[in-house]
Design a protein around this ligand. Structure first.
Ligand code: SF4
Ligand code: SF4
Ligand code: SF4
Length: 375
């Protein structure tokens, strides 16, 4: 994590007001106190000083981040701003929320702390996201109402959507219509499912046909290129892949980073430190340590055996077939948690390899057409 900036996934609580079937988090009741936040900040700023890092992006999430009240975030924001000013650092904030607890009381802090922008999640169709004891349709109805309220208040709402079997059955066209034309969402990201955390029947049945999944991605990318691209609709990861293949600056998702251990860490509401949100709550053996119990974050990270495995992964992967892949410099073997949740080892490539290769090739061709057309 040496460089000018780094990212922190910070779980303000390990609790959630939803009960999604595929949730990878081992949810507990803890909430982060302002006193613990102050102690975490001290160590983070020491770490940034030691590694000449000027800028920090904090991605607030849970559990469900909105289970702490807006006043708590206002106090946290002041605390962080003061600490950053004292140390000469820049800090920006993002909020990931399921929106179930959203009300207009949140608007001032969303404007002040999060730049009037939030990120939320919904799959379409929704098969697995639910409020406890109720069906997915009830969740979707609440979520749609809250999204419309937030948009009416001028808040920019980004959506993360995990593809499921129903998504493949309705197809890319209907998926686009729902998010863009019906809900007016202009910035969304497509994610692939993985059976993280404790297993259950839903997670065991989440495997998708990889050819169908690849076809869905390519068709959605084509719809975006034809209808949305010029109208400023953003769909991750297509937008950044197109940037990459047209030789523009590209901010690719962590799954294709050189090594995600260089880019971010996660800290949960108990102070546990791990690679990202799934690891920190659900795989205790892969935690790097606890920031509230250590003297120095630098030392905690340097001494962590679990973290060393993340650094060994790229070396192990090039001993396999990734070394012969045309897209190795782009993909780097994919996401460790997707590999681990399927194969119980970090030292395997991402199980979505075939999807990635197909999508890379498709967007590389579309980018080449664009470049030719521009001549
Ligand atoms: S997936 Fe997110 S919203 Fe759903 S239960 Fe898990 S933490 Fe809560
Ligand atoms: S394990 Fe996967 S999801 Fe987590 S930070 Fe690394 S690449 Fe991202
Ligand atoms: S696309 Fe597949 S083979 Fe190529 S680098 Fe990624 S995981 Fe490895």
């Amino acid at each position: 994590m040496i460089g000018n900036s780094f990212s922190l996934v910070l779980l303000s609580t390990n609790q959630c007001n939803a009960a999604c079937d595929y949730c990878f988090e081992d949810k507990t009741a803890e909430r982060l106190s302002l006193e613990h936040l102050r102690r975490i900040l001290d160590k983070l700023m020491d770490y940034m000083d030691a590694n000449q890092i000027d800028a920090l992006s904090i991605h607030w999430q849970g559990g469900e981040a909105m289970l702490l009240p807006p006043q708590w975030y206002q106090q946290a924001f002041k605390l962080i701003r003061n600490a950053a000013e004292t140390r000469g650092k820049r800090v920006d904030h993002g909020l990931q929320t399921n929106m179930l607890a959203y009300s207009s009381k949140w608007n001032p802090v969303i404007a002040e702390m999060f730049g009037n922008s939030i990120s939320t999640s919904l799959d379409y169709p929704n098969l697995h996201r639910r409020v406890p004891g109720r069906d997915p349709e009830s969740y979707t109805a609440i979520w749609e109402r809250k999204v419309r309220m937030a948009r009416a208040a001028g808040i920019d709402v980004k959506v993360i959507s995990v593809v499921n079997q129903g998504t493949l059955e309705i197809g890319a066209e209907r998926f686009w219509d729902y998010f863009v034309d019906e809900l007016g969402v202009f910035d969304f990201q497509i994610n692939t499912p993985f059976p993280g955390g404790e297993t259950n029947e839903v997670k065991q049945g989440m495997t998708l046909d990889i050819e169908e999944l690849a076809r869905f991605h390519c068709e959605l990318a084509d719809i975006w290129l034809e209808r949305g691209h010029g109208d400023d609709v953003r769909i991750g990861p297509f937008d950044e892949l197109l940037n990459y293949f047209t030789h523009r600056d590209a901010f690719l998702p962590c799954i294709w980073g050189q090594n995600c251990a260089d880019e971010l860490v996660a800290i949960d509401a108990r102070g546990n430190v791990a690679q990202c949100d799934c690891w920190v709550t659900s795989y205790p053996d892969f935690r790097f340590g606890n920031i509230l119990e250590c003297d120095s974050l630098t030392e905690l990270l340097d001494k962590s055996e679990a973290r060393r495995h993340f650094y060994e992964r790229p070396i192990k992967l090039v001993q396999g077939d990734c070394i012969r892949c045309d897209y190795l410099a782009l993909c780097h073997g994919g996401c460790p948690v997707r590999a681990y949740s399927v194969n119980r080892t970090l030292f395997e490539k991402d199980p979505y390899c075939h999807l990635y290769k197909t999508l890379f090739r498709h967007l590389e061709n579309r980018a080449a057409q664009q470049l030719m057309g521009a001549r």
